[in-house]
Ligand binder design. Structure first.
Ligand SMILES: [Zn+2]
Length: 184
């Protein structure tokens, strides 16, 4: 990119190479199909997701821990994809990355009728500002979630790590998703 300031990505703008990495890995087992997605969720990812509409099977788990970024076109593409894909299939989402989670907070349509099994929350140490992620299982957290669940100890300096900016928002999200999981 030329110049010191970043240019916002507009529709029709050619994306830099670093912004087009998007991987799809499909693994089949007796339990169902696991689809691991990683990289940047944008319009390029949206086109690649459409290939999955040909996958046979009923039970699908999406592993989303390695989604690094999402732009508005990526969100739109994901919602369109989920609407078509969930027709006649059971979907669940696992280890939703912090960036993916922030979209789930904003838009219910990113989840659709699917179940969220686990989420990755990003923690920042109050002392050294070091970042760590923590995996929260929704069913477990839904049963006994306390503010202490959302705090931790920094692995580098032993300081207090806070896993959320807005505790109310995440508590509400976990409660809602745990209720959906219990309705099986
Ligand atoms: Zn620290």
């Amino acid at each position: 990119m030329r110049g010191a300031t970043a240019t916002p990505i507009r529709e029709g703008t050619r994306l830099a190479h670093s912004q087009v990495r998007f991987d799809i890995k499909v693994q089949r087992s007796k339990a169902g199909v696991e689809i691991k997605l990683g990289g940047n969720m944008n319009e390029v990812a949206g086109v690649k997701l459409l290939q999955l509409l040909n996958e046979d099977g009923r039970d699908f788990a999406f592993e989303l821990s390695e989604i690094d970024s999402i732009n508005s076109l990526g969100v739109r593409a994901w919602i369109d994809f989920i609407r078509s894909f969930e027709d006649g299939r059971n979907l669940e989402f696992r280890a939703c990355s912090p960036v993916f989670l922030s979209q789930m907070f904003l838009l219910d349509a990113t989840i659709g009728k699917s179940k969220v099994r686990s989420i990755l929350v990003r923690g920042v140490c109050a002392a050294c500002e070091g970042e760590t992620n923590k995996l929260l299982d929704i069913a477990t957290a839904g049963k006994s979630l306390t503010v202490a669940t959302l705090r931790g100890t920094c692995p580098s300096c032993r300081g207090v790590t806070n896993y959320v900016d807005d505790e109310g928002e995440i508590l509400e999200f976990i409660e809602k998703q745990a209720q959906r999981l219990s309705k099986t």
